[in-house]
Design a protein around this ligand. Structure first.
Ligand code: IMP
Length: 175
């Protein structure tokens, strides 16, 4: 059941605008690759990268950890790998939400193994109360309390990604 709207489209857009402004100041002279973590980050990723003034390379990676529950399993499976070489590049990993941090920690380790110049993290949302792994978040859009949210890319069992706003979802009351 969708309980209540947590973030309006205006609030989401404003957060993306703020992140893009910070990234634009940071990107000058860098050889940057923006990596979208599929599928959840895709709406955020396109909105964000379309606001960047420098040319950047984009790529996509897909890992799986949740299945049809609201808890991270803590083990990440690589479903779709990058297609570009990131060695010596400044990599910006773009995530929809950081919850326990377990997924991101695994993705960062996987990327570091390919010898990038740097790896930084951009996330639209962060739930600091839920963190189990201390991953450095370089660019955070909005911190939210410990609620399960859907919309603007975020899903429950693959549903609700297309909603334009972000809603709290109560899973035990049925899709
Ligand atoms: P973590 O490994 O616990 O940090 O979880 C990261 C991933 O879990 C995110 O990329 C999301 O796909 C998913 N996730 C975490 N919290 C939520 C939520 O509130 N709604 C939807 N997906 C979530």
């Amino acid at each position: 059941m969708l309980k209540e709207k947590v973030l309006t489209r205006e609030e989401i857009d404003a957060a993306i605008e703020r992140l893009a402004a910070r990234l634009n100041a940071d990107l000058v002279g860098r050889d940057a690759v923006f990596v979208c973590i599929l599928k959840g980050a895709v709406y955020f990723f396109t909105a964000l990268t379309a606001r960047l003034k420098e040319s950047v390379v984009i790529d996509f990676i897909q890992v799986s950890s949740y299945g049809a529950t609201t808890e991270s399993s803590g083990t990440v499976i690589l479903v779709k790998d990058l297609t570009v070489d990131i060695s010596d590049k400044d990599v910006f990993v773009v995530e929809d939400i950081v919850d326990t941090g377990l997924t991101l920690a695994d993705v960062i380790a996987l990327l570091h193994a390919r010898h990038p110049r740097s790896v930084r993290v951009v996330t639209l949302l962060s739930k600091p109360a839920r963190r189990r792994k201390d991953v450095p978040l370089d660019f955070v859009g909005i911190e939210i309390p410990d609620r399960f949210v859907v919309g603007f890319g975020l899903d429950f069992a693959e549903h609700f990604r297309n909603l334009p706003e972000i809603w709290e979802y109560l899973p035990d009351q049925g899709v």
